[in-house]
Design a protein around this ligand. Structure first.
Ligand code: PRP
Length: 215
């Protein structure tokens, strides 16, 4: 009997974009249309199922092998880098990590900077590479407020349209890296489940390998 394949999918915008992409690849996902508040969706032929989870948990499900595959942003993979293989750039959910602050920020003065972020690992690595010692202040969201009210000198955060920065009187001082949605896989599933490899190949054939330029 063919084994069932389980895919951990990031809830929200990544989920919507991924459903469109998979339909383009020939999967019938009409069973996902009426989802209500369900969090597990099984295809009518039971060949695969989706777990709808929060982004950082995608890597946890894949690492523990309860999901064979995961679909999640590169921002999350950079914070949680181990226990899976990154297989494909799906070229969806394009945005970037940037260093941003208010107009009066002096990036080159010699003061030790306080940097607020939801992404301490990315921030640490970015400043380490520059050889700059900073204090990292971890916060959970609405990071743009931090330099405005004096919690931090600057922030490292995701920028998509840039509207949130502008609305809070901030600007980008440096772009750190491009972010997009990625397909990850559990190592054992890749080795033992042939349907996992054929799923990856099917997606690869429609996303292509061209690198979308850094925004
Ligand atoms: C992200 C990010 C910015 C915003 C950037 O937040 O942290 O706040 O999107 O988008 P923009 O450049 O298009 O304005 P998200 O919406 O994920 O909410 P969060 O702050 O709760 O994480």
């Amino acid at each position: 009997m063919k084994k069932q394949m389980t895919i951990a999918l990031t809830k929200g915008r990544i989920e919507k974009d991924t459903v469109k992409l998979l339909e383009k690849a020939g999967f019938d996902l009409t069973f996902m249309a009426q989802k209500g508040r369900n969090l597990i969706f099984e295809s009518p032929d039971k060949s695969f199922r989706f777990l709808l989870v929060k982004a950082p948990d995608v890597t946890t499900y894949v690492r523990h092998g309860v999901a064979d595959l995961g679909i999640v942003g590169k921002d999350v993979l950079m914070e949680h880098p181990s226990g899976y293989l990154e297989m494909l750039d799906l070229n969806l959910g394009l945005c970037k990590f940037s260093l941003a602050s208010t107009e009066d920020y002096q990036p080159k003065d010699h003061k030790r900077k306080r940097i607020a972020t939801k992404y301490p690992t990315v921030t640490k690595e970015f400043f380490n590479k520059k050889g700059e010692d900073v204090e990292i202040i971890s916060i959970q969201g609405s990071v743009e407020i931090a330099p405005v009210i004096g919690l931090a000198d600057a922030i490292v955060d995701i920028v998509e349209t840039g509207n949130t920065l502008v609305a809070n009187g901030l600007k980008v001082y440096e772009d750190i890296c491009r972010i997009s949605t990625r397909l990850i896989v559990n190592k054992a599933a890749l080795k033992n489940k042939p349907e996992v490899m054929s799923f990856i190949q099917k997606l690869e054939s429609i996303v292509g390998n061209e690198e979308v330029p850094f925004q």
